[in-house]
Design a protein around this ligand. Structure first.
Ligand SMILES: *[C@@H]1O[C@H](CO)[C@@H](O)[C@H](O)[C@H]1NC(C)=O
Ligand SMILES: *[C@@H]1O[C@H](CO)[C@@H](O)[C@H](O)[C@H]1NC(C)=O
Ligand SMILES: *[C@@H]1O[C@H](CO)[C@@H](O)[C@H](O)[C@H]1NC(C)=O
Length: 416
């Protein structure tokens, strides 16, 4: 091209540039009109609608698109997207400002295939409704999906919440036409503190939006919004069956299983709390993470003792986060028989002491009676016996009783 230098190409170039600049500048991209935000009762899922700029109504051969920007109050950042449509729905936290901006994007023949964005945008900022007594919104909202079977959400009241208040929980997800109220409230001292979704499963891997609002004799409570995906709220049940096996090569193998349910073993991970008492009585505690439901420990001495407890949670391959389960019961090697063996003799000694004490008392009573009878006969003083015998009896009897409780001292009594 450069070799074939001449006036024509240059002229053509100028012409084309002129033509295109004419085309280009004849089309001005105005921002969209009639931007509106509609609340259809879906807990912050708002419909954003707009119309094309009227200045473009008569323009043909134009590819019309819009650039939508909105402030994502859940992620605390601006989101930007392009769409040929005239409506879009996005999620907003209704307790905060809703900010939306839309610009026009032109492309196609009308702009010589260059992308032109309107210099201005149309903006709507919607303030949250100022209703609700200040500082009465629900706090510490939390949902736990127990063993991926039973979802429970709880919250606490703000201090300023009037005692007469009644709180409600509503939820919404994209398969619902409208927000739905909690099917079964959890009460604590007659006050709603949570919601039990048992028997009303919510979809997993989709955003669920919650709103806690309420009313009181002093007016409406401030509403609070929360959002989560429930597969990230799972709390597994504690492993319930722990097995232990010793092998000849001084290895201890622990195995455990989680209660049957919807949780897949490949989605679980475990933490083992290993409690070791050495032959020298030295105690150590350590925590071991494992991706398999088993653990092998070495033991060198038959006088040492190993105890383990296990807890589980979903791993990060299956969900973004999860809660630890409670700890399982404890399983030890050697098994508790050793402890029992040291406890039982003590118990036996106590009962032996009691038998001995009772025997002593009986013997004393018999001896005293004999002694008293002999004395009585010898002296022939019948009245004296009446007063001596009960005194002696009560004296020795109370001594005996107090010695039953004072335990080991009784041995010395037997010797005397
Ligand atoms: C229009 O597009 C053509 C080809 O893409 C290019 O050569 C020409 O310079 C453009 N005209 C203007 C005015 O940008
Ligand atoms: C929720 O309901 C289930 C089944 O009825 C029950 O087992 C569970 O204890 C309930 N939770 C609370 C916190 O009341
Ligand atoms: C709570 O929110 C729901 C859903 O938006 C609404 O239907 C209900 O009227 C509200 N209740 C109060 C007391 O504000």
């Amino acid at each position: 091209m450069a070799n074939r230098s001449g006036g024509l190409p240059l002229l053509m170039l100028i012409f084309i540039t002129w033509r295109d600049s004419m085309r280009c500048c004849a089309v001005t991209a105005d921002p969209p009109e009639d931007l509106a935000i509609l609340d259809l009762g879906r807990l912050g899922r708002l419909e954003i609608t707009w119309s094309p700029p009227s200045s473009l109504m008569s323009i043909t051969k134009c590819l019309l698109q819009y650039q939508l920007e909105y402030f994502n109050t859940y992620k605390n950042r601006w989101e930007t997207l392009r769409t040929p449509g005239r409506t879009y729905s996005a999620q907003f936290d209704l307790s905060k400002d809703v900010q939306v901006r839309v610009s026009t994007i032109l492309n196609g023949e009308c702009t010589n295939n260059t992308v032109i964005k309107s210099k201005e945008y149309t903006e709507v900022v919607k303030k949250p409704p100022s209703t609700g007594i200040w500082d009465t919104e629900a706090k510490e909202f939390m949902c736990v999906y127990h063993n991926m079977e039973n979802l429970e959400c709880t919250w606490t009241r703000s201090l300023k919440t009037p005692a007469s208040s009644m709180q409600n929980l509503y939820f919404w997800h994209k398969s619902l036409e409208q927000a739905v109220e909690c099917p079964n409230y959890i009460l604590s001292d007659g006050v709603r503190t949570g919601c039990n979704f048992t028997g009303k499963p919510l979809p997993e891997f989709t955003d669920i939006y919650f709103c806690v609002n309420g009313s009181s004799s002093e007016g409406p409570l401030k509403q609070a919004f929360f959002s989560m995906q429930i597969q990230n709220q799972v709390k597994a049940s504690a492993p319930d069956k722990l097995y232990l096996q010793t092998s000849s090569d001084r290895q201890l193998e622990f195995y455990w299983t989680n209660p049957a349910g919807r949780l897949h073993v490949h989605c679980l991970e475990w933490e083992v709390r290993h409690h070791h008492v050495g032959a020298d009585g030295k105690i150590s505690l350590n925590h071991i993470h494992t991706k398999t439901p088993s653990l092998t420990l070495l033991f060198s001495d038959s006088n040492e003792r190993h105890c383990i407890q296990v807890r589980s949670r979903l791993n990060s391959y299956c969900v973004d986060k999860s809660f630890w389960s409670d700890w399982s019961h404890e399983t030890c090697h050697p098994v508790l028989e050793n402890v029992k063996a040291t406890l039982e003799p003590e118990l036996n000694f106590v009962s032996v002491y009691i038998y001995i004490a009772v025997a002593i008392i009986v013997t004393l009573v018999v001896l005293l009676s004999v002694w008293a009878t002999i004395n009585m006969r010898r002296a022939g003083l019948e009245k004296k016996v009446d007063s001596v015998l009960p005194k002696l009896l009560t004296k020795h009897f109370t001594q005996g009783v107090s010695k039953i409780y004072s335990g080991k001292k009784i041995w010395t009594d037997v010797i005397i």
